[in-house]
Design a binder for this molecule. Structure first.
Ligand code: SLL
Length: 272
């Protein structure tokens, strides 16, 4: 895209645009009769670690490349994925921390951002034993947002235009996924943590179709939407009202105590 040098590099002052994404892992325990041929006898699971858009959105318009640094017991531990799907599928026996480096499109002019994900193979939490018995897939997923502060005009345009076309998210899926060993990736919301939510200040929105927002409604694979956010805000609003009422009550009690104290003091003075 021939950008007029000078203007495209200018910063959009006072604007931050955030882009949501999810990252995490899904692990499938092998069963005695369901173990892919040729897999190391010590390996107990097949797992996949990934970075993706919310609701399957193609995020390659702002995310150029992802590097996953695996445990040193893996050959070629640094895996570089140049195109979506940004994921690595492996088999193994142990849990470890995966370092994930996000490299942005050149327009971002930003250094790579590093994240850590603790690969989970074993169930945890109250139903751990049940999950283990049922040989359930173990999903550990986080919601994250990347905040671009005062983007260049070129980046602003890219960010607010969104993925090239709705089809690209689907088209991007198959391409680059390696190996035939596919584990079902319907991670859903199970095991998801939401963190680091920063509201973009006025990013996008202004341009009509362009948007810097998360999807309006949630879908089976995506629990993050304006609706769920709205519901959460409603709950917060209710909680605020309760706290306000409690503060009011407490204040009334304090005033009453104050009044009593003054009366007592007056009484004491009078009684002297
Ligand atoms: C642990 N600190 O002890 C961790 C290390 C290593 C995981 C986990 C496969 C290696 C291979 C594998 O599962 N490595 O194929 O050699 O739990």
């Amino acid at each position: 895209m021939p950008a007029a040098a000078g203007t495209k590099r200018m910063k959009v002052k006072g604007v931050s645009v955030y882009r949501p994404f999810v990252f995490g892992s899904i692990a499938e325990p092998f069963t005695d009769n369901l173990r892919p041929l040729g897999v190391n006898a010590e390996h107990t699971h097949q797992w996949r670690v990934y970075v993706r858009g919310v609701d399957g959105e193609d995020i390659s318009y702002w995310l150029k490349r992802v590097q996953f640094k695996l445990h040193e017991t893996y050959p070629d531990a640094l895996r570089t994925i140049e195109a979506p799907p940004f994921e690595v599928t492996e088999t193994g026996w142990g849990e470890f921390d995966v370092q994930i480096k996000l490299h942005f499109v050149p327009e971002a002019n930003e250094k790579a951002a590093a994240l850590w994900h603790g690969l989970k193979l074993h169930p945890y939490g109250p139903d751990a034993e049940g999950q283990k018995e049922r040989k359930e897939n173990i999903v550990s997923q986080h919601y994250e947002e990347i905040l671009f502060n005062e983007p260049s005009e070129a980046l602003y345009e890219i960010l607010t235009s969104g993925p090239p076309s709705p089809q690209s998210a689907v088209a991007g899926r198959g391409k680059g996924s390696k190996g035939s060993k596919q584990i079902p990736l319907s991670a859903g919301s199970q095991g998801t943590t939401r963190r680091g939510v920063v509201a973009g200040s006025g990013g996008g929105g202004g341009g009509g179709e362009r948007t810097a927002e998360i999807p309006h409604s949630d879908t089976p694979g995506n629990p993050y939407s304006q609706k769920t956010e709205g519901a959460e805000l409603d709950r917060l609003h209710e909680a605020t009202k309760t706290v306000d009422a409690m503060v009011k009550e407490e204040r009334a009690r304090m005033e009453e105590r104050d009044r009593l104290l003054k009366e007592l003091q007056r009484g004491t003075v009078k009684g002297k």
